[in-house]
Design a protein around this ligand. Structure first.
Ligand code: HEC
Length: 111
């Protein structure tokens, strides 16, 4: 009996997680308004601004890069002129939830 409850709870958790990610991408779309200036409306990138295409990047990768910009692992060296431009942009994503949401939106841009 107890085992069945655990299985039911796990199934419910998976269901809720799937539901939450749909909302996340919607919030991510709002956050992406700022990013469009350099990375393009569909995340196609703009070479003239040295901003790479983002559309379709897996969210786990985008989250890691944004965290690296926020933590000063990327874009901290004065020689990293392009990376430095991304640091204030990443810092505008105030919470881990914001980072996850914009990453979810970017991932589905490629689909
Ligand atoms: C002022 C222009 C500008 C804006 C606005 C901007 N970016 Fe960038 N972004 C860049 C540049 C330039 C790079 C390339 C950095 C490098 O060469 O290391 C970059 C790189 C990135 C990368 C790393 C891609 C990779 O594969 O390494 C991610 C992720 C990213 N941007 C996400 C975002 C998000 C999300 C936003 C909005 C919150 C945003 N950017 C807003 C200019 C911008």
């Amino acid at each position: 009996m107890r085992k069945r409850l655990v299985v039911a709870a796990a199934a419910l958790a998976v269901f809720c997680a799937a539901d939450a990610s749909a909302q996340d991408a919607e919030h991510g779309k709002q956050l992406f308004a700022t990013c469009q200036t350099c990375h393009g409306a569909k995340g196609e990138g703009q070479q003239a601004l040295n901003a790479p295409p983002l559309a379709g990047l897996p969210s786990w990768y985008t989250v890691r890069q944004l965290d690296h910009f926020k933590q000063g692992i990327r874009g901290a060296d004065p020689k990293d002129t392009y990376g430095q431009q991304m640091v204030p942009m990443a810092k505008m994503l105030a919470t881990d939830q914001d980072v996850a949401d914009v990453a979810a939106y970017i991932e589905q841009l490629g689909k």
